[in-house]
Ligand binder design. Sequence first.
Ligand code: FAD
Length: 403
Amino acid sequence: MESRPEYDAVVVGGGPAGSTAAYLLGKSGHRVALLEKQTYPRVKVCGGCLSQKSVRFLDRVFHLPIPTLRREGLLDFTGTGYVLYIGSSRILAEDLVEPLYFTRRDRYDAHLARMAAEAGAEVHTGVEVVRVDHVHRTVTTSDGEQYAARVLIGADGVHSRVRRSFPEKIVRPKRWHGNLGWALELAIPRKEAETLANGNGPIDLDANLAKPHLILAACRWGYGWVFPNSEAIVVGLGGLLQKNGKGLRDLFEEFLKTIGFSAFADRRPAGFMVPLGNYIPSPAHEGTVLIGDAGGFAGPILGEGIFYAHRTAELAAHAVERHLTCAAPLAETYTTLLRHRLIPELRAERVLRDFVYGCLDARMQVPLAAFMRATNTRVIDAVQGSRSFRGFWRDDDLHSAVW
Ligand SMILES: Cc1cc2nc3c(=O)[nH]c(=O)nc-3n(C[C@H](O)[C@H](O)[C@H](O)COP(=O)(O)OP(=O)(O)OC[C@H]3O[C@@H](n4cnc5c(N)ncnc54)[C@H](O)[C@@H]3O)c2cc1C
């Protein structure tokens, strides 16, 4: 077995979480290896929706303001409005003060990994980690190579092998599985979708297929979506696995009919797990920390995970930096940062999730519609990051840079 020289940090997984951690630690002059089992550009099943808190993060941390994102081909589509349905009832169709952007994950992830490499991280692709030794702080790859580091960072997504090497008392499997989502997604070429839009379903998609549509009650404890891309329309359905089980596949077909796309029912959607409120409150063990989907960090209502992947990576990189330079205890520093900066927000969003989806379970669609109409700007502000979910009902902290 070949053994490599010790790194300051080995990051397992090169999605938005792993690339952010590698970029930040590389920039600080640390010796970092990023191990990604696929090669770029690689496919990640994802709607690619970037809220304002994500684009602000890209500007603040990667120095990628909107014009640069556009120039680099990282913004595929700009959504300037949105449409919300509960079942087949149109509840809201509004313009957005600040847009939602849509990216293509193959380009997005490849670009950020490249930036990590430019910042000094060694990016090794086609390298799959198969074993983690927390005590000796090593990972072993499927080729039998061993990488040793002072710190290990698990950024290997929702099926994380690094997380699976953690003790159960940290992961709490029952809580994890109870809040784990499953989603199906199909990208329909825009030209084909345009010829069929508003065909024969009870839901009327906007005529130009230019606005993101969210459809509550398309499944239990989740929602359906129709997201615009320049060359495709991305149709998806996702919800808690425990509430929908294998029924989601049939519901997806039903959903295609509802939006007038039954002609595409013979195309096979891609499926992938998504965290929906199963964040691990203290995702650290020995010298290893978990970030992004590996730690269950995504918004409990919508499953928005790109921002949380970036943000947990930033907090973890800060903790690692403190650990490497001033011997601050790694696990304590990271979990304290999470506890102060992130977990209260996710907890508050989960309370709102339980209320919204609980109302749908109780068939309280009419009062829920009234609630959604009354609070829509608050919800949008919270998703966009200009209001916190914790301060949902308050107006005094609006635009006080929640993230
Ligand atoms: C259908 C669907 C739609 C979604 N839509 C949105 C959306 O519109 N907006 C949004 O913000 N979020 C969305 N999400 C969530 C978002 O995709 C994830 O939260 C995000 O990708 C998490 O980033 P990550 O870096 O933690 O993990 P990933 O992006 O999953 O990256 C993990 C990486 O680790 C690699 N890896 C895995 N195992 C190993 C190993 N053993 N060794 C080495 N490498 C390994 C993988 O190849 C992968 O590249 C969606 C998710 C799904 C399933």
